[in-house]
Write a protein that binds this ligand. Structure first.
Ligand code: C2E
Ligand code: MG
Ligand code: MG
Ligand code: MG
Length: 278
């Protein structure tokens, strides 16, 4: 891991660094140290069939607990790591760790389980990314059909042709691809169509607007209709109550993820939880 990190080492140094830049560099230094000290871990959140409630898989979510026990949210440190190149080695670690967990679950009888991982755009853009994926699958002995990559619309910005090609190569390996946080970015509908993904994830902000018995359900309903039109499976994220589940189901959404079904859980807790539901 130390060797992989050399590439991402920040060389910034400037007397005039603003206070906020200092804070960011400090956080980045601590993140790099935490990664080297293996203080990052993954939490797994169930993804379920909205009709039957059956667990279909899980999304792996990165966690960083600092020495003093504070949790730094990924929304805070991932964009930072992204700017420094640190997301590439961290992303590879996430991939391998999630694949190992997938193998453990499969060995425990949870066959057909789907493991979704988040891939940042710098990681996705790396020339060796597809090879890294293939190697991780082989090393961990997992079926590519059980791995899903969650990409955001930002991967395609300025690189539409190469993104289309890369997604095609990844899907040709058997891996499925989901468009994460759909509707929060800037890509057009034609871009979504070209990218040719398997699943559309409805962002939590749109799910929050969904109320039982509401006349209009806003953007979530439009995204579900769009998914149906394009032949994609839709999964709602951030489903917190039964009313939302029922309304989403009525609108034609097939899958869900959220506190209603389960919080993100560290590996051992997730395995124990799986044993109670399956
Ligand atoms: P995301 O991929 O959209 O992940 C869903 C986020 O919603 C997670 O936040 C999850 O904990 C949260 N969530 C799920 N259900 C509920 C709910 O019912 N209510 C509420 N209030 N929140 C819910 P988290 O874990 O803080 O992650 C935030 C973002 O950080 C992720 O958004 C993803 O973009 C990024 N991220 C997390 N792990 C990784 C990783 O390994 N690699 C990369 N590149 N990005 C990651
Ligand atoms: Mg995600
Ligand atoms: Mg999301
Ligand atoms: Mg989100």
């Amino acid at each position: 891991q130390a060797k992989m990190l050399q590439r991402g080492r920040a060389t910034l140094f400037d007397e005039d660094l603003s206070a906020s830049a200092r804070v960011r560099i400090n956080l980045l230094t601590r993140l790099r140290a935490a990664f080297c000290a293996e203080q990052l871990f993954l939490a797994y959140q169930p993804q379920v069939d909205l009709v039957t409630g059956r667990v279909l898989g899980a999304e792996a979510l990165l966690r960083w607990e600092t020495e003093d026990g504070t949790m730094v949210p990924p929304d805070e440190f991932i964009p930072l790591a992204e700017q420094s190149g640190l997301t590439v080695p961290i992303g590879e670690w996430v991939l391998r760790t999630a694949c190992r967990q997938l193998k453990r679950l499969t060995d425990r009888g949870h066959t057909g389980f789907r493991m979704a991982i988040n891939v940042s755009h710098t990681q996705f853009r790396e020339p060796g990314f597809v090879a890294v994926l293939g190697q991780a699958l082989q090393d961990c002995q997992v079926n590519p059909k059980q791995l899903e990559l969650e990409l955001t619309e930002s991967v395609a910005i300025g690189h539409i042709d190469s993104t289309v090609e890369k997604i095609q190569a990844i899907r040709a390996m058997g891996i499925t691809v989901a468009m994460d946080d759909f509707g929060t970015g800037y890509s057009s509908l034609s871009v979504l169509k070209q990218l040719n993904v398997d699943r559309l994830k409805i962002d939590r902000s749109f799910v929050q607007e969904v109320q039982e018995n509401a006349d209009t359900s806003g953007i979530a309903e439009l995204v579900i209709a769009l998914g149906r039109q394009l032949g994609l499976v839709t999964i709602a994220e951030g489903v917190e109550d039964e009313g939302q589940r029922r309304q989403l189901l009525e609108m034609g959404c097939q899958e869900g993820q959220g506190y209603l079904f389960g919080h993100p859980m560290p590996g051992p807790a997730f395995e124990a939880w799986m044993a109670t539901v399956a």
